[in-house]
Write a protein that binds this ligand. Sequence first.
Ligand code: SAH
Length: 247
Amino acid sequence: MNAKVWLVGAGPGDPELLTLKAVKALSQADVVMIDDLVNPAVLEHCPGARIVSVGKRGGCRSTPQAFIHRLMLRYARQGKCVVRLKGGDPCIFGRGSEEADWLGAHGIEVEMVNGITAGLAGATNCGIPLTLRGVARGVTLVTAHTQDDSTLNWQALAQSGTTLVIYMGVAKLADIQAGLLAGGMAPDMPVAMIESASLPEQREFRSSLLRMQADAVAFALKSPAILVIGAVAATGLQADLPLSRQA
Ligand code: SAH
């Protein structure tokens, strides 16, 4: 039997946002290797599988990537059906392609299964359309966290005319705010901060580019959270609520 690893997106948290294909892969799995951001509730689809946690959150004790690679390879070479389960989509800030390339180079067949990425789910759950005719002609997914501490081209982002969806931004709010303001974005540009999107504990907070850092402190915004920055971030609010509100 050919060794095979499924690289599967578990979606943003709500177990009902899992794809049918992800459920099928899970139901066939002998081993499931999961990240921290995966909601353990999805494991109901693989009751017989061995579950291996290989989470790695920024700043916390983490499983080295090389170890994860070797473990996937070992299980696959034992002929086991391996599911590598990642939060959201495997290839949106998820290192899915790195893992696929590495496994491929070692002769292992890989099948990738999309998941709903947190930015999409968070915006939808807050009633925010990421694109909107006449308002936002596109959407840019950005991470504020870089491995080499290089800076983003904030000016290009500020002037792109697209909705910005920022991942891993909670610890970088000051840089994001300063970069976009210096890049020419309007201080009153609407911002939505969405924490634990799609989970029962989801919280959202509406702010503006100028106030977002102070508002995030007042709101005690914590990871995992995404930021939606752009004119569309003012939509989805009930008319009788002030711009800033706690869900
Ligand atoms: N592959 C994942 C992203 C992993 S990077 C995806 O497609 O969603 C981790 C970042 O994703 C977090 O720092 C946060 O910015 C975002 N994130 C993941 N799950 C989230 C959730 N339920 N709510 C809000 N943000 C989330």
